[in-house]
Design a protein around this ligand. Structure first.
Ligand SMILES: [Zn+2]
Length: 315
């Protein structure tokens, strides 16, 4: 294996994560996926059966499904913000990813509820004990029962510390999935401020505006009942409690080891990102002009829409 991973190759395997690009085989958990280059140095992401077509193998992976679902390309995504955040978006031409330990929700990245931790610990202790006692072929476990127990406890502790540490290297940017403008989201994210805007994009718009970057995962958050369930070690940042279900969140997530800041600005092509801008239902006329002026100043050709919530009824 050469470990030569070009952006094209990483992107190919990222976008086709679930299947072999040569024969269409759908990978199952535990299969091996092969990344490399074909006869003409073209990037390839293939299954065992097609691995002969590789002239160079860059890396092999044990296939695991993504811990999140990807929305359809045209799925509408919204972000509600006050005016200063909007100006900051236009002037920086970047979107802000918040470090997950800085979110208000204490359960961000959590695997479960503390009162259920004993059951979780028991499961993983058993798992670690069994792994230590049954090493891969060619090795024999020569540890005493006491040593096995000590090792299993250490691995459990490391997993716990790792979970906490992961929050410091995981950065997230959140969107609301909806076909329509939402009264509840105006209320929640802008406290019904008069000077607020919402931008609308699509899954495709968000992905492409971030440069089809294979290190940024974009997917739906799944809401689970933590009284009965746990989030798995790889799922934790893609699961939230049922009580947050109204958020219908789609998040963009990246991992960054070196960043010590509370957030990261990621360059973004705003022409690809912003499909429409809506102003708050409480916005006065002058605010609409202001948003238009700012758009012009930053050479953004975006249509500014009045909130659809101010339409008048008839009876
Ligand atoms: Zn194949």
């Amino acid at each position: 294996m050469t470990h030569r991973l070009t952006t094209e190759l990483r992107r190919l395997s990222f976008e086709n994560h679930d299947s072999c690009v040569a024969c269409g085989y759908l990978f199952k958990k535990g299969d091996t996926s092969h990344l490399g280059y074909g006869q003409n140095d073209e990037p390839l992401y293939v299954c065992d059966g097609c691995s002969d077509s590789l002239k160079e193998t860059a890396s092999r992976h044990y296939f695991t499904p993504r811990p999140y679902e990807i929305p359809d390309k045209e799925t509408k995504l919204w972000r509600y913000m006050d005016f200063t955040k909007y100006v900051s978006l236009l002037s920086s031409k970047a979107i802000y990813f918040t470090r997950t330990d800085c979110f208000e929700d204490m359960f961000e990245g959590a695997k479960g509820i503390r009162k259920n931790k004993e059951r979780w610990d028991y499961h993983y202790l058993e798992f670690f004990r069994s792994a230590i006692m049954n090493p891969p072929e060619g090795h024999v476990c020569e540890l005493s029962e006491e040593e096995i127990e000590k090792d299993a406890q250490r691995l459990l502790k490391e997993m716990e510390t790792g979970g906490e540490a992961h929050k410091k290297i995981t950065f997230v940017n959140c969107w609301h999935e909806s076909e329509y403008e939402s009264e509840a989201m105006w209320r929640l994210y802008t406290s019904f401020l008069a000077n607020a805007v919402a931008i609308r994009t699509s899954y495709k718009g968000l992905y492409e505006s971030l440069g089809r970057d294979p290190s940024i995962n974009i997917g739906r958050v799944q809401y689970i009942d933590l009284n009965k369930n746990y989030a798995g070690p790889n799922d934790a940042f893609w699961r939230k409690r049922k009580s947050f279900e109204h958020e219908r969140e789609v998040r963009a997530l990246l991992t960054e080891m070196k960043c010590k800041e509370e957030g990261r600005l990621i360059p973004c092509d705003l022409d690809l990102l912003i499909e429409d801008v809506f102003v708050s239902p409480h916005a006065p006329e002058w605010f609409i002009h202001l948003v238009n002026n700012i758009n012009e100043k930053y050479s953004m050709k975006i249509k500014v829409n009045r909130s659809e919530l101010i339409e008048e009824p008839f009876f």
